[in-house]
Design a binder for this molecule. Structure first.
Ligand code: NZQ
Ligand code: ZN
Length: 387
């Protein structure tokens, strides 16, 4: 008992930071639940929705038909707009805003992955703003209002279905910038893990790694942390790694798809960072420059960068890297803290390779010149407000 109190006293020196947890999205999870979309829209009191989707996947799988059927059954009018590309473009957002205005839309329904959801969020800001929507992404304005966004998720990755973020690429300047506002947290998210079974293996793996990275970016903090939050983060990381390996060998495994899909949402709705006094999205910041310039898949850009980032910073955050090696990567060998930390990093890089993900620019298939790297670094600092 004495030891317990001493421990509490020691812990008393560590301050858990105050937080506000706001996760207002209604989650409707499971097989076939996209058929409830119409009812969910009706609950919001919307009269006419803009269905936003990407390339061909939602049409090919029949999902789009099931969604429109559900809207019709609920008596909801709709217009549809396809063509959102991965790393969604500002020009598309402007065009979609125009269409939504013409159609008199009062809810945007994103049917797709992070790119479709992010485009929907951007359009929802634009519809309630008289200036140029890029102002938000350029840090020149704060949104005061946004139209509601609903989601039918087809890819577990970005966490955008529960997050307050939206990431858009300015196709003129190649700047890829995020904007965060609670106004854009989706009002509902339909998550049927079966819908992700049509994904190519590479895209599934990219998604798993993005989920891992949203958790790691919150986990590697220098300051105090919250034990419960760390345990949630470590459990989520172990789960996603184990389930990714199952999906690599058995892409039709429903339970693995379900585990990954829910992990994706929890990894980016702030749950895995609560109580921490800081978070460091450095790998994301760097990756946004890479995919802004090279249009690579976000998850692959992240794994290409992470090992280098980790080897560069681990000494400044040694206890966390040791904890990560022990609790997440299962490193059991003895050694100095530095050796254990490095083993943890190498084990993570091996994991990326094991599911076909790159761990360098070369493996990502890009070969930037020194001048291009300098330019990406400059832009990254500018985006962080440090240039
Ligand atoms: O366009 P379609 O034909 O649908 O094909 C897509 C696309 O080519 C395909 N796909 C999606 N669901 C599918 C499917 N193919 C077959 N079956 C399905 N069920 O997958 C490809 C990639 O889709 P995309 O939406 O781009 O992927 P993801 O969900 O990884 O989103 C990436 C975007 O999200 C941003 C990224 O930067 C990137 O722009 N992020 C957004 C975040 C947020 N809003 O919170 C946070 C993230 O860190 C991230 O930055
Ligand atoms: Zn991400």
């Amino acid at each position: 008992m004495q030891a317990f109190f001493e421990k509490q006293e020691r812990r008393g020196l560590i301050m858990i930071c105050d937080f506000t947890y706001y996760s207002p999205t209604k989650v409707v999870f499971g097989k076939g639940r996209e058929r409830e979309t119409g009812v969910l829209v009706k609950e919001r009191g919307a009269q006419k929705v803009l269905i936003l989707y990407g390339g061909k996947s939602a049409q090919k799988s029949g999902l789009l038909f099931r969604v429109t059927d559900s809207l019709e059954q609920a008596g909801i009018a709709y217009a549809a707009l396809g063509g959102v590309t991965p790393n969604p473009r500002l020009s598309f957002v402007r065009m979609g805003t125009q269409k939504a205005r013409e159609e008199g839309i009062d809810l945007i329904l994103a049917v797709g992955g992070g790119s479709v959801i992010d485009a929907a969020k951007a359009i929802s800001y634009a519809l309630c703003y008289e200036g140029d929507v890029w102002d938000f992404y350029a840090g020149k304005a704060q949104a005061q209002k946004a139209l509601p966004v609903g989601v039918v998720l087809t890819l577990a990755a970005s966490g955008s279905e529960l997050s307050n973020s939206s990431v858009i690429t300015n196709d003129r300047t190649h700047e890829k910038r995020g904007y965060n506002s609670d106004l854009a947290r989706p009002v509902f998210a339909v998550m049927n893990p079966e819908l992700t079974m049509t994904l190519p293996a590479y895209q599934t793996a990219c998604g798993c790694c993005d989920i891992i990275m949203h958790t790691l970016e919150r986990y590697f903090v220098q300051g105090p942390s919250m034990e419960l939050t760390d345990a949630l983060a470590e459990g989520l990381l172990r789960t996603v790694m184990a389930q990714s390996l199952i999906l690599r060998d058995h892409p039709d495994d429903y339970d693995a798809r379900a585990e990954i899909m829910w992990a994706g949402s929890l990894s980016h709705n702030d749950l895995t960072g609560l109580g921490h006094c800081a978070r460091d999205f450095a790998t994301h910041r760097l990756e946004h420059e890479v995919s802004g310039l090279y249009d690579v898949a976000h998850g692959a850009g992240l794994t290409a960068l992470w090992g280098s980032w980790a080897r560069y910073v681990y000494k400044d955050c040694l206890p966390r890297f040791v904890r990560f090696a022990r609790n997440v990567m299962g490193v059991t060998t003895d050694g100095t803290d530095e050796e254990i930390a490095l083993k943890g990093i190498e084990a993570m890089v091996d994991f990326y390779h094991s599911i076909g993900m790159p761990a360098s620019f070369h493996e990502l298939g890009i070969d930037p010149t020194d001048a291009q790297i300098d330019e990406m670094a400059r832009r990254c600092l500018e985006a962080c407000g440090s240039a």
